[in-house]
Design a protein around this ligand. Structure first.
Ligand SMILES: Cc1ncc(COP(=O)(O)O)c(C=O)c1O
Length: 384
């Protein structure tokens, strides 16, 4: 147990010395071949360095990634390609989407996914690129905009008034009953369903490879703190694989919504547990169970985990907006989480962060992915 008896925080000092192996570069090569691929911006935000009392703060801005307002298409595109390439006999390859499209023209394949927004939209988008149907399961709690975006990609949709975990079960059951023509593209793993989530995690590795290249281009040769948001933990798994396999690993801080604290609860328990969740504006983080494939690396390799409130996320969205970063609530959760760790002396000391630290925040979605509800964005003008 950590010195701070607080269920919104967990620190693991042993994570710094734990090492793992790098993910391969196949996903980055695949993404580079996609039409319209460009690395997303890495921007230095100097005022945040003062606010967080560190040397430099960089933000990796995922508000526009391959035509969508979130990073998730990196995982969905690579996993879909790997799954369909395997189906066509190319077991170790991610065939280009145009080739898959041509070769699948007479096949009755359908992509299936459950989502809390961004993943399902990304799967539907790739399905459309391939000329394939997609069936996407989403919760009633999703914003009107996020639902509309999935429908807008041409997907068949199933709306359920249920939790993310139950949606995942429903999508998996649907795919099982449909048989081999339904290809489940889920971004979380459970015993017996590991291959596709592994490809999704490999797909996310592009984010970290790009950030490395961009930091070097900016003349930065060290990184002290990396902050990623967590839903099921697949993105964080990719971060652990990346940053725990380099010589001077940064502190890795994960950030969850206080209303869906599956990882921090699991870290406290010392085993993967499921937690009840309630609706949160950080829709992409609204997951009650860590991915079974992610859990071992997160348990061993995450230095610190924190949860943030709705208000903290909203404050993060607003601060990012003032600084010119277009972030949705999941993306801005990283700023909120960084504040929680860096502005609280005991936590900061537990994470060994000094005043010249270089910090990298992954802002994983733009505001278009998950717009704040209207009463939150409306500024009340009070007559004097
Ligand atoms: C914008 C955004 N950020 C972060 C995450 C968290 O990723 P993961 O579920 O892999 O932890 C999600 C998941 O949907 C997301 O949509």
């Amino acid at each position: 147990m950590t010195a701070i008896e607080d269920m919104s925080w967990f620190a693991n000092p042993e994570a710094r010395s734990w090492q793992t192996t790098q993910l391969g570069s196949g996903a980055h090569t695949f993404h580079r071949g996609l039409p319209g691929y460009v690395p997303t911006p890495l921007v230095e935000i100097s005022p945040l360095a003062n606010e967080l009392n560190v040397g430099k703060v960089f933000v990796k801005d995922e508000s526009s990634r391959l035509g969508l307002p979130a990073f998730k298409i990196l995982g969905a595109s690579y996993a879909v390609s790997r799954a369909l390439s395997k189906r066509l006999g190319s077991v170790d390859e991610a065939l280009p989407l145009h080739e898959l499209r041509d070769r699948l023209v007479n096949e009755s394949v359908r992509l299936v996914a459950a989502t809390d927004g961004n993943h399902g939209r990304a799967v539907a988008h790739v399905a459309r690129d391939l000329g394939l149907p997609a069936r996407i399961f989403y919760p009633s709690s999703l914003t009107v905009e996020a639902k509309g975006a999935i429908v807008g990609e041409g997907a068949e949709t199933v709306e359920m008034n249920t939790s993310y975990d139950e949606l995942v079960s429903a999508a998996a059951e649907f795919a099982r009953l449909e048989g081999s023509d339904a290809v489940l593209i889920q971004d979380t793993a459970w015993p017996g369903y590991e291959e596709v989530p592994r490809w999704i995690v490999e797909g996310y590795s592009t984010l970290f490879a790009e950030a490395d290249e961009q930091l070097l281009e900016a003349g930065i040769d060290r990184l002290d703190v990396v902050v990623v948001p967590v839903g099921v933990g697949s993105l964080a798994q990719a971060a652990v694989r990346h940053y725990r396999s380099i010589p001077h690993p940064p502190v890795l801080l994960t950030v969850e919504a206080e209303r869906a604290p599956a990882l921090v609860a699991s870290l406290h328990a010392g085993r993967s547990v499921s937690v009840p969740t309630t609706d949160t504006i950080m829709a992409g983080l609204n997951c009650g169970t860590p991915s079974a494939a992610a859990w071992p690396s997160l348990f061993a390799g995450v230095d610190a985990a924190v949860t943030v409130t709705e208000d903290e996320s909203i404050a993060g969205v607003r601060r990012f907006a003032e600084l010119g970063v277009d972030a949705g609530p999941c993306g801005a959760a990283t700023l909120a989480g960084a504040r929680r760790m860096l502005l609280e002396p005991a936590r900061r000391a537990q994470a060994f962060v000094d005043a010249d630290a270089v910090v990298l925040l992954f802002s994983t979605e733009g505001s278009a992915a998950n717009p704040l509800p209207a009463p939150v964005v409306t500024v009340a003008v009070v007559p004097s």
